[in-house]
Design a protein around this ligand. Structure first.
Ligand SMILES: [Zn+2]
Ligand SMILES: [Zn+2]
Length: 248
């Protein structure tokens, strides 16, 4: 089952990652990818770039870097119970891909009810395409309700490879498996992200892929296995997001 895309990678502009776009593209190529999304943390993450033009100015990055097709994106921070994000709509609407997630330095821990509401509000806002690391035990959620919202809104839930390596977000494996099984039962596709903060980790999706396979996913339902499937997803999301946020 060949992985050809990574939708979640960070560069030095995230403040606590250590490689450049060019280095990440090299890592992507060495790991056999065709497509890589650049998804630096939004400005509420301490140390991340708060330069106003950082995200929109990704248009200067060529469509292909070192043979790798580039998607210009972000991993925005969810800031409150209403699902407010840390980038304005006029920036979000033009990106190729918008990820969003809960990070402990940007929002309180919250209880299961609160976190479920946060994710559902974000998904219903029309601003995001993928929720990152929803299986983080630090931010417990009602899995069935989150998956129901994903089905309703077309937002995908990520299986995050870094969460499964054991050094961050410990205990994610059990919840990730529950999420993956529920997503499969709902008939939805799944997407895998490396969450790379170092170039050699771009495209490293071994653990996330094993978990998806264990949950019962076939190649056709894993978005990272099809360049055409991923391009269609990105195009549809981008159009929907632009229409929703147009005029902002
Ligand atoms: Zn990070
Ligand atoms: Zn994250």
């Amino acid at each position: 089952m060949k992985i050809i895309a990574d939708i979640h990678t960070h560069t030095v502009l995230s403040g606590h990652a250590y490689s450049t776009v060019l280095e990440n593209a090299r890592g992507a190529r060495e790991n056999g990818l065709e497509i890589m999304a650049i998804t630096d943390h939004g400005p509420a993450m301490p140390g991340a770039s708060s330069a106003f033009y950082h995200f929109p100015n990704q248009v200067v990055i060529p469509d292909t870097v070192d043979g790798i097709e580039i998607l210009r994106g972000t991993e925005a921070n969810i800031l409150d119970d209403e699902g407010t994000l840390d980038l304005p709509d006029r920036v979000l609407r033009d990106l190729d891909i918008v990820l969003a997630g809960l990070h402990d330095v940007c929002i309180s821990q919250g209880d299961r009810e609160q976190n479920t509401r946060r994710l559902i509000r974000v998904m219903d806002s029309g601003r995001v395409d993928v929720i990152t690391h929803p299986g983080n035990p630090y931010f417990p959620v009602h899995v069935d309700r989150v998956v129901e919202a994903a089905a309703r809104t077309g937002v995908l839930l990520e299986i995050n490879n870094t969460s499964l390596r054991g050094d961050v977000r410990p205990g994610s494996d059990i919840i990730c498996l529950e999420i993956a099984r529920t997503v499969l039962e709902a008939g939805l596709p799944v997407v895998l992200g490396s969450d790379a903060h170092w170039y050699q980790d771009v495209g490293r999706l071994d653990r996330a892929l094993a978990l998806a396979r264990n949950a019962g996913f076939s190649r056709e339902r894993i978005l990272n296995c099809s360049a055409r499937g991923l391009r269609t997803f990105v195009k549809d999301c981008k159009r929907r997001r632009f229409e929703r946020l147009h005029g902002s």
